[in-house]
Design a protein around this ligand. Structure first.
Ligand code: KG4
Ligand code: ZN
Length: 350
């Protein structure tokens, strides 16, 4: 079964065709980073207008790359319904609704955050794709969400950040220090030459028995550190600071995940998805911290893409509960509360 995926929730326009939720036939991503760079972050109206400009020509490119003269081979279309920037989402949703109507194909709206997990699964071996239960962490600019999954469509949210997301913390700290946007890759590059022994970073959120993440304390600590440093900050000092920051930002996740595995001892693997999963040091930290395999997606499926939308669309379509409805809306924010477990249920059993 071939699903066409469409993604336009933030600053990437993406189209992809995926077979049976696993094999990516073609995946195109048009990044708007250069357009937003002068503003130091994503400008929602600019994002929506850019999606509108590129989405139709990208569909022509997709057909050309697949050697198709039309879209008759497509069995269904899947599109990001939310969460995201509402103007940006509406471009992809309206485009998908029009296309589905014109082609007479089913249309499957999907949740972008859940789709990141299926993006991660696209990059791991078939063997690991079949293994449940897993813990899946979506760690991006907007989310630090930990899910327990017992099947491809069961996303049980067991923890999230009580304030900033992990990627957001990387971006905000980078902004304070004057590094380019997005901050995550810049900090990772600088941290490589850092001396682990120099900057003594206090451990944030070490509360045992709680799975929730928190990044505003680390962000504030880093802003205060910046203001205390004599200026200009020497290059080696910046390397050392970035190293210590990255260890704590990712170390918090490692500690929480190690605890989560004790709460859910039947966990077969921990899957990491979202932009921060691109961080190479993160892989080493988790490999040391966890008793089970940690699976990272191939880099192409870490950040926003449409292959992940098509993959989740496939599983949704195959589900016996799937019913196509015509009058659905896009949503900019998601009501996660309906999935949240009582935090007291994470109390450590000793
Ligand atoms: O998933 P994504 O592309 O977009 C959404 O937020 O949905 O994630 C982008 C986030 C940004 O905050 C960026 O700084 C972070 O992922 N990021 C990284 C790295 N590459 C991207 N954070 C740490 N290390 C990296 N190498
Ligand atoms: Zn995303």
């Amino acid at each position: 079964m071939l699903v066409l995926g469409i993604e336009s929730s933030c600053d990437e326009t993406a189209l992809a065709v995926v077979e049976d939720g696993r094999r990516v036939l073609c995946s195109l991503v048009a990044s708007q980073i250069a357009k937003h760079l002068p503003f130091g972050g994503v400008v929602p109206e600019v994002a929506a207008r850019e999606h509108l400009k590129v989405i139709s020509p990208m569909l022509e490119d997709l057909k050309a790359q697949l050697g198709w003269s039309d879209l008759s081979k497509i069995d269904a279309i899947s599109v990001t319904q939310g969460p995201g920037l509402i103007g940006a989402l509406l471009v992809g949703v309206a485009f998908a609704k029009g296309l589905a109507l014109a082609l007479g194909k089913p249309l499957i709206p999907v949740n972008h955050v859940h789709a990141h997990i299926h993006g991660a699964l696209l990059g791991v071996s078939e063997d690991h794709q079949q293994k449940y239960p897993v813990l899946a962490l979506v760690v991006s600019g907007g989310h630090t969400n930990l899910y327990r999954m017992t099947s491809p469509l069961e996303f049980q949210l067991i923890a999230s950040s009580i304030d900033d997301a992990c990627g957001e913390c990387f971006d905000k700290v980078a902004k304070v220090f004057g590094f380019a946007y997005p901050g995550g890759p810049e900090i990772e590059k600088l941290a490589i030459a850092g001396n682990p022994q120099v900057v003594n970073m206090p451990r944030m959120v070490d509360e045992k028995g709680r799975l929730e993440f928190s990044y505003s304390g680390l962000k504030t600590y880093m802003a205060n550190l910046y203001h205390k440093e004599p200026k200009p900050i020497p290059a080696q000092r910046l390397h050392d600071i970035c190293y210590a920051f990255q260890e704590e930002a990712l170390g918090q996740i490692a500690r929480k995940l190690a605890y989560a595995v004790t709460v859910y001892p039947d966990t077969k693997a921990v899957l990491i998805a979202g932009g921060v999963a691109a961080n190479q040091r993160f892989r080493q930290i988790l490999a040391q911290a966890l008793p089970c395999p940690s699976l990272f997606p191939t880099l192409a499926y870490c950040s926003d893409n449409a292959a992940m939308i098509a993959a989740l669309g496939y599983h949704t379509f195959k589900s016996p509960n799937f019913k196509e409805v015509a009058d659905w809306d896009a949503y900019s924010r998601y009501d996660f509360d309906q999935f949240r477990l009582d935090p007291s249920s994470h109390a450590l059993q000793r």
